[in-house]
Design a protein around this ligand. Structure first.
Ligand code: ADP
Ligand code: MG
Ligand code: ZN
Length: 474
């Protein structure tokens, strides 16, 4: 049998205000080629200057993955020509990266976990974009020189599932630290997947294939499964040596296959050498101290939710998997509601209505409002069923919870006097059923509850109805 071996390279676009080596803005969606200057256009004589904010964000990541931050790191030149790279080289960190030897824990559904080692995280400059427009191709250099942090794992993952868990955890960490948008569709979290197989028990690494630019977790999972099947089949057919070569492949989601894109370059092809235009990057004691301050991370938050709110591990993990969701939840909790209700109303009722289309941050119903709605269930103002109606209304229009409850006439009657009067009416109108109930037909209790609820047009508090009927019917 085979064992799957996976190593991941993730390019994270850092959300700095300006580019890596010049003061051009990094902002998205500007008119083409306007965020450029002699440095990022690579005009002769223009010199790069390192952006300190990039060091800051890199160190935060280093701290979050418990890595070594190198006090002195260096930049190197990687030569290759591409139309969207006017300098014909990329500035990167090959020999001494800013961050080395980190780790990250992934958690399985059965409660076990595994540590994935991270080899390094290095700083490099992004290229521009080639835009293919019918017969012609255009170049937009707005992105040229945007800072990237490339985070390279050791080949420690043994299944597509482990790879996805690693990526989701890393993604969450980037969002928690707020060092990047990590938007896969927009390309600010780009994943290269390296895959090989080997006979179980073998320690040696076999030929790896690199699959590039897959822009969703679902497709990454699929691409790995398909590539593993291709390699295993080649092995079983005795064609492994011929068919599996070190190369870069592309995942075609329509044909559901991986396809050769180009042969894998060796380091020598890039003619790496120390970047002569830049000084070494030095991290002082003071920078180390200030830049290492990081907010609470997903695992810590999860453990705190379990302790503080008495949540189960699973719900706590679901809520803390995204920083937006965790913040939404904590704001809801400020209304003094139960964690269980907050979880259900957030993950089932609200997210069900958002249908995955709208990000939770853009939800028409904000956290305070949803918390307030749950509060109104817990203090018996409305039933859970009525609350769903209120939420439907709030999704349509920006209104206040209490106002909608009044307008829709959904306030529960908890006034025992009023409910008692209804109970008496129902009992008086159904003397035959009362007899049957008293002579042992217990099932009829539900009938009385139903009648009272109907008479009250659903506004009676069911708990109060139950109590009063019980005492009246004996
Ligand atoms: P490159 O930049 O040329 O792709 P790196 O050494 O920087 O090479 O990154 C290689 C990535 O591939 C790392 O994530 C590493 O863990 C992974 N890797 C290396 N060898 C294998 C292998 N045999 N099978 C799967 N992954 C591998
Ligand atoms: Mg690679
Ligand atoms: Zn510039």
């Amino acid at each position: 049998m085979f064992e799957v071996v996976i190593g991941l390279e993730v390019h994270v676009q850092l959300n700095t205000k300006t580019k890596l080596f010049c003061s051009c803005p990094t902002s998205f969606n500007h008119k083409q080629n306007t965020n450029t200057c002699p440095t990022c256009l690579a005009l002769p004589g223009a010199l790069p200057v390192l952006n300190k904010e990039v060091l800051h964000k890199s160190i935060m990541l280093g701290k979050a993955i418990e890595a070594t931050v190198n006090r002195v790191s260096y930049f190197d030149r990687k030569s290759y020509f591409y139309p969207d790279s006017p300098s014909a080289y990329q500035i990167t960190q090959l020999y001494t990266p800013i961050v080395e030897h980190g780790k990250l824990q992934i958690d399985f559904e059965d409660g076990t976990n595994k540590t994935i080692r991270i080899n390094r995280a290095h700083i490099e400059a992004d290229a521009g974009k080639n835009i293919h427009d019918g017969e012609i191709s255009k170049v937009d250099l707005n992105r040229a020189g945007t800072p990237l942090l490339e985070i390279v794992s050791e080949p420690d993952m043994r299944s597509a599932e482990e790879a996805i868990l690693y990526l989701k955890k890393l993604h969450a960490i980037i969002r928690y630290l707020d060092i990047g948008d990590a938007n896969m569709q927009e390309g600010s979290f780009r994943v290269d997947v390296n895959v090989s197989i080997r006979p179980k028990g073998d320690e040696k690494l076999y030929t790896r294939v690199e699959i590039k630019n897959i822009n969703s977790f679902k497709f990454i999972q699929k691409a790995i499964e398909i590539e593993v099947a291709r390699q295993s089949e080649a092995w079983e057919d005795g064609l492994y040596e011929d068919e599996i070569v070190q190369e870069t492949r592309l995942f075609d989601q329509v044909k559901q296959e991986t396809r050769s894109m180009r042969g894998k370059e060796e380091a020598a092809d890039y003619r790496y050498f120390p970047e002569p235009d830049l000084l070494k990057a030095v991290v002082t004691d003071e920078m180390m101290e200030v830049y290492s301050k990081i907010p609470e991370l997903p695992d810590e938050k999860r453990d705190r939710f379990v302790k503080e709110y008495g949540m189960n591990e699973y719900n706590a993990a679901v809520i803390t998997s995204s920083v937006e969701m965790a913040q939404f939840f904590e704001t809801m909790m400020q209304e003094g509601i139960s964690a269980k209700n907050a979880t259900t109303w957030l993950t089932v009722e609200l997210q069900g209505r958002l249908k995955g289309e709208v990000n939770i941050t853009n939800s028409p119903v904000d956290a305070k409002k949803l918390g307030h709605l749950v509060k109104r269930i817990e203090d018996n103002t409305i039933s859970g069923k009525a609350a769903k109606e209120v939420l439907d209304r709030l999704m349509e229009e920006n209104l206040e919870v209490d106002g909608v409850i009044d307008a829709l006439g959904l306030k529960q009657v908890t006034d025992t006097g009023a409910i008692e009067a209804i109970c008496d009416t129902i009992i008086a109108a159904n003397t035959d059923k009362v007899e049957q109930y008293k002579s042992g037909k217990d099932k009829l209790f539900g009938f009385f509850v139903g009648q009272v609820m109907k008479e009250s047009k659903g506004s009676a508090n069911p708990q109060v109805v139950n109590e009063i009927l019980k005492s009246k019917l004996g």
